[in-house]
Design a protein around this ligand. Structure first.
Ligand code: NAP
Length: 532
């Protein structure tokens, strides 16, 4: 199996020159992305380490409050010219970006893997997703943002248009788990709609976001239009909220609430994509072998560190005895490995906090009577934060793993006796992000009764996520607003209505008394009510 020391390249930068965590080493990714950070270099630097082996990936300058201020000022100045450009010119940037992402996939995969420790296939999902999303934006974005004629107050006499005005500068905060998909995926529609973006990526994965910015600039994005600031969210977040015209946040529900409070006090809009505790329902008429294979991907892709991954599986009693062994056999066969090769099914967790949470959830469940059917252990011989894919049974309500998002490779199996029971159990959570239903005939009917922003039938998560023309996001505590689809673009704009009145004023013709006008208008209202 591939090892961590395999050769890698980053857009022509010499790498692997400094795998050791020595103080002055530039790090595994070299230093050329550091120049893209919005920082005057006076606020210290951060050292980023690889979850694969704790080696230094790179060192990057941090941004001070003054740097954040300067980033917003530069972005705001660049936005005026960008918004004035014809839409077709803006669209061309994202068409080129979609191609560049595929051209540079090998270097991108290396950077994503070094920063996250994920398997190469999981990293490739990000690359393919961003390319498809940018291409969708280029094709469909102009339609989503098109100025529309709307019926006016009086037919013929009122000519009404609705248009989408860019908000200005969009503040974007993203987590570490999809360090390319989320920063690039949020920037594309915001920029295409005519805004500037100031992005704060997670402190653990900044190189990937900087690489996205480099590719956007190579695709033709004006130099100052998108800025990346680095530093802890607790400091940079409030500094951004103070200056942004709209906030796009992806991360935990707890931090999402803090961001929401900040936005409320500034009276700015925000959109938030938050946590989940996503259920899968295997109905009595499911194709069990397909469901078992699909569940492996749905639960353990990206080591389960995926907001839409499955953490609870409700299996109908009629298929329990067929599903469970088929699922466990596949889970036990999963290959865990560090490094940049293609043969690992699962990579590392992101770091010590995540490993601790996973271990705590399993320990708490076992202490209270749950059974480990597969996995259950950390694998330090592979890397400091590796953990086996783990399947639990006999999980009960009071256990942490039953209610809280684990955000790791742990899934619990629950037997159910009916569709009704499965639906009620699936909806019994504060979250409502994603759900999955496996059935030969009743998937669509059951899907409509699930409280989740996306529901996949005979798939775990990818079918709904990658249907980019349709909205994606959370119900209940899983979020506010949506990404993808028309809303994924229009939220980055202020709708403006322009209505031009001719011939007859809405308040009535000059000289006509109030009473006569009200009588005429009443007759008019009766006629109009028949049609609209
Ligand atoms: P997190 O702790 O909320 O961090 C996410 C981002 O918020 C990071 O960039 C973090 O910066 C920043 N941050 C921290 N404190 C902040 C504050 N007070 N104000 C503003 N920003 C602040 O989330 P996480 O644990 O890293 O990420 C995993 C969570 O994200 C899971 O709950 C997962 O379900 C969710 N998620 C949701 C989606 C979705 O589409 N619904 C997608 C991916 C992930 P620093 O870490 O650099 O300090």
């Amino acid at each position: 199996m591939a090892s961590i020391t395999s050769t890698t390249s980053l857009a022509g930068t010499a790498t692997n020159a400094a795998d050791s965590p020595g103080q002055d080493a530039p790090g595994r990714l070299g230093g050329h992305l550091a120049g893209l950070v919005a920082s005057a270099g006076k606020h210290g630097s951060a050292t980023i380490r690889s979850p694969f082996d704790d080696a230094v990936v790179g060192r990057l300058p941090l941004s001070s409050d003054e740097d954040v201020e300067q980033a917003f000022r530069s972005a705001r100045a660049a936005q005026r010219d960008w918004a004035a450009r014809p839409l077709a010119e803006r669209v061309a940037v994202f068409r080129r970006f979609a191609e560049l992402v595929i051209d540079e996939r090998s270097a991108l995969l290396d950077v994503i893997q070094h920063e996250t420790g994920k398997a190469r296939l999981s990293a490739f999902e990000e690359v393919a997703d961003v390319s498809r999303w940018a291409s969708h934006a280029a094709h469909a974005g102009p339609g989503y943002l098109r100025e529309r004629r709307r019926p006016g107050v009086f037919p013929v006499l009122t000519r009404t248009h609705e248009r989408f005005v860019p908000r200005g500068v969009i503040g974007t905060i993203t987590p570490w788990n999809y360090p390319f998909t989320l920063p690039a995926g949020d920037a594309v529609p915001a920029l295409l709609a005519g805004n500037a973006v100031v992005l704060k990526p997670d402190s653990q994965t900044p190189h990937t976001a900087l690489f996205a910015l480099e590719l956007l600039r190579r695709a033709g994005l004006p130099a100052d239009l998108m800025q990346i600031v680095l530093g802890p969210g607790s400091r940079i977040g409030p500094a951004m909220i103070e200056r942004a015209d709209f906030m796009m946040f992806t991360g935990s529900t707890a931090t999402g609430k803090t961001v929401a409070e900040g936005c409320a006090s500034q009276l700015i809009g925000f959109s938030a994509e938050l946590g989940g505790k996503n259920p899968m329902l295997v109905l009595a008429d499911a194709d069990v072998q397909r469901a078992a294979a699909g569940a492996v991907n749905a639960c353990f892709s990206n080591s389960g560190q995926l907001c839409i991954s499955i953490e609870r599986i409700y299996v109908h009693g009629d298929v329990w005895d067929a599903f469970v062994p088929a699922f466990l056999e596949r889970v036990r066969a999963m290959r865990l490995a560090p490094g940049l090769g293609w043969d690992a099914d699962m990579g590392s967790l992101i770091g010590p906090d995540q490993l601790e949470k996973v271990s705590d959830h399993i320990r708490d469940a076992v202490d209270h009577g749950a059974k480990v059917l597969a996995g259950g252990n950390a694998r330090p011989e592979l890397g400091p934060y590796f953990h086996e894919p783990t399947v639990l049974a006999d999980v009960r309500r009071g256990m942490a793993v039953a209610r809280e998002e684990t955000f790791g490779p742990v899934v619990s199996l629950y037997p159910v006796d009916s569709d009704e029971e499965a639906i009620a159990a699936a909806n019994d959570t504060e979250y409502g992000l994603n759900a999955s239903v496996w059935s030969r005939g009743r998937g669509a009917a059951v899907a409509r009764r699930l409280q989740a922003g996306t529901v996949n039938i005979n798939e775990g998560y990818a079918a709904a996520w990658a249907s980019h023309a349709s909205p994606m996001g959370g119900m209940k505590a899983s979020g506010m607003g949506r990404r993808h689809g028309a809303e994924g673009f229009q939220k980055f704009t202020e709708p403006q209505t322009i209505a031009a009145q001719r011939l007859l004023p809405v308040g009535g013709p000059p000289g006509m008394g109030h009473e006569r006008w009200s009588q005429a208008l009443s007759a008019g209202v009766r006629i109009l009510n028949r049609f609209s």
